[in-house]
Design a protein around this ligand. Structure first.
Ligand code: SAM
Length: 200
């Protein structure tokens, strides 16, 4: 199964400076929830987008969308806007995402409640979940419902992607019963970052 080749027709919003300012303001408010001082770089976003799997009728779900750098890369890689759903906890960032990407679905809420937040019609029909939440900062009892919810969205056997600055697995995979794979690494992000894939 490969990513649909169709490219989106709509122009994709590009406001890098405004985006960085919104991101930094939120980082000042909630540094632990943001994890980094700046949005993901284009090279990191491309690494994520290059590794998604999506069948023709499947969705892509992003948890922790931030200011939408990864969302933009996914749209540019051909994910149809109507198949992209972003869950973001911070109200200002959710509002920013809706403004920057009016055609995607933005859900404001905590990814610990993923199955309550997403419509039933999406559950089990997500090709790949991309986790942008700084998971390494979270205690296990917060991590666990997020991980379980992400797997419940996808058909059995799929993996979720997670980008992180950690050199070793950002998730305690043994405690969570997961198999990790470090899919790629980029120096073109500050700080340098890896994309991890996790399966059950
Ligand atoms: C590292 S930032 C995402 C970066 C994003 N790719 C970008 O470049 O803008 C992490 C995001 O996860 C969000 N977040 C943290 N915990 C969350 C949770 N439990 N549910 C949903 N979003 C969460 C934060 O508000 C923040 O926007």
């Amino acid at each position: 199964m490969t990513l649909s080749q169709s490219k989106t027709e709509r122009p994709v919003a590009r406001e890098p400076l405004a985006e960085k300012a919104v991101y930094f303001k939120q980082w000042l408010r909630a540094p632990l929830e943001m994890g980094s001082v700046a949005p993901a770089s284009p090279s990191l976003c491309k690494l994520v987008a290059d590794n998604i799997v999506r069948g023709p009728n499947e969705y892509i779900v992003e948890t922790g969308g931030g200011t939408g750098a990864v969302s933009r890369a996914l749209l540019e890689a051909g994910v149809p806007a109507e198949r992209l759903i972003v869950v973001e906890m911070a109200p200002d960032l959710a509002a920013h995402l809706r403004h920057a990407h009016p055609d995607i679905t933005v859900i404001e809420g905590d990814a610990r409640r993923l199955l309550d937040l997403l419509p039933d019609s999406v559950i089990g029909r997500v090709g790949t979940v991309i986790c942008g939440i700084p998971m390494a900062m979270l205690p296990l009892d917060v991590m666990r419902p997020i991980v379980e919810g992400m797997f419940a969205l996808m058909p059995p056997g799929r993996r979720f992607l997670h980008y992180s600055f950690c050199i070793t697995s950002p998730l305690p995979f043994k405690k969570l019963g997961l198999s990790p794979e470090r899919i790629g690494f980029t120096l073109g992000n500050f700080p340098p970052a890896s994309v991890w894939g996790y399966t059950t």
